[in-house]
Design a protein around this ligand. Structure first.
Ligand code: NAP
Ligand code: ZN
Ligand code: ZN
Length: 348
């Protein structure tokens, strides 16, 4: 067993603090990674605070991991010592069901193993990237392309793939009118990626406070959802809406903004149910959909796409001791646009 420094929650209500955790000795197919950076995803907060159900404590969150390979098992072929690598939301899956074989490990029929708070296939409970090292099967380790800094690449491992996947699936590109709801961690990557794909991009934010940033990131237009005129003015005008909001929203209001055959994809995952009126869908053959992260091959494709287009995340790098403060700032929509933990500050 290896001992790693980590920052973890010990309950749903208390602050996170430093602890040590154990990592398995690397097996033949494992890669030991010295973690350099880890992004703070809103999902970390939902999980720590048990907004999605019961959690196991201590819980070191973090699934936007980048670092450098420190050691590889004898049978590893995909990665070598010194490689710049990343780990996202999954560290394992059954690898034999139809979805795993099709590269959709996020839909593994036997349940994928999440990077933290999941029971791994050996029975241990996974711990995430707010830690100095992690041991991961080589098939769940991504290559970080040259040209992407490990700090700005970290948020791509969740925020990047979670937005790239639905944008790609629903055909964001030239001639498509795409709206992104919420300009936070996921939202700002959705804007950058949709713009790079060639779509016409609008941001729907609670206010116009971040408008300059939104336009700089690649949006063509920016609207405040607190202004009721916005919903009048934009009725029926989008082909695709990606909702990244972490809280309950009025789905019927957003569905009214879709054109014929348009789709509203929810990637935001509030703990409470959302309701909708079917008459928001029926008249214009609209769809309401969900999307969860993306497969491993698709995640590599997204990283390569981002490197090719020079897309990293907009980040604020923080030391571990600022994690609790960062959580409060995320909760008050005061994030521009992803907090990334400098893992060197975890050294014991
Ligand atoms: P985030 O950085 O906190 O961004 C969410 C944004 O939503 C905020 O910046 C804010 O943008 C807007 N917002 C927040 N509260 C709101 C409210 N009450 N009403 C209207 N708008 C509000 O969070 P994130 O890390 O991007 O994650 C967003 C959600 O996606 C979370 O629920 C997370 O768990 C989920 N998620 C899902 C997946 C998946 O696979 N589906 C993967 C990762 C994360 P404005 O200030 O611009 O309004
Ligand atoms: Zn995430
Ligand atoms: Zn499977």
């Amino acid at each position: 067993m290896l001992t790693a420094n980590a920052f973890a929650a010990t309950s749903a209500t208390g602050p996170l603090g430093p602890i040590t955790i154990e990592r398995r000795d690397p097996g033949p197919h494992d890669v030991l990674i010295d973690i350099r950076y880890c992004g703070i995803c809103h999902s970390d907060i939902h999980t720590v605070r048990e907004e999605w159900g019961e959690s196991h404590y201590p819980l070191a969150p973090g699934h936007e991991i980048t670092g450098v390979v420190a050691q590889v098992g004898d049978a590893v072929t995909k990665h070598a010592v010194g490689d710049r690598v990343g780990v996202g939301c999954m560290v394992n899956s059954c690898r034999e069901c139809a979805n795993c074989l099709a590269g959709r490990e996020q839909h593994c029929l036997n349940g994928f193993v999440g990077t933290y708070g999941s029971v791994d296939r050996d029975g241990t409970i996974t711990q995430g990237g707010y830690s100095s090292q992690v041991v991961v099967n080589e098939n769940f380790v991504l290559r970080i392309p040259e040209g992407l800094g490990l700090d700005v690449a970290a948020p791509l491992l969740c925020a990047g793939i979670t937005t790239y996947s639905p944008l790609h699936h629903w055909g964001a590109g030239p001639g498509k009118r795409v709206a992104v709801v919420g300009l936070g961690g996921l939202g700002h990557m959705a804007v950058k990626i949709a713009h790079a794909m060639g779509a016409e991009v609008s941001v729907l934010s609670q206010s116009l406070k971040k408008m300059d940033d939104g336009l700089r990131l690649g949006a063509d237009a920016y609207y405040a959802t607190s202004d009721p005129d916005t919903f009048q003015k934009l009725a029926g005008s989008f082909d695709l809406i990606v909702n990244t909001v972490s809280a309950k929203v009025d789905l019927d209001a957003y569905l009214s903004l879709l054109a014929v055959d348009g789709t509203l994809v929810n990637v935001g995952a509030p703990g409470e149910p959302l309701a909708l009126n079917v008459f928001s869908l029926i008249p214009r053959r609209r769809s309401f959909a969900g999307s969860m992260i993306g497969g491993i091959a698709e995640t590599q494709q997204m990283l390569d796409f981002c490197a090719e287009h020079g897309l990293g995340a907009e980040i604020e790098t923080i030391p571990a001791e600022k994690i609790n403060e960062a959580y409060e700032r995320v909760l008050s929509s005061d994030v521009r646009y992803r907090f990334v933990i400098d893992i060197a500050t975890l050294a014991g």
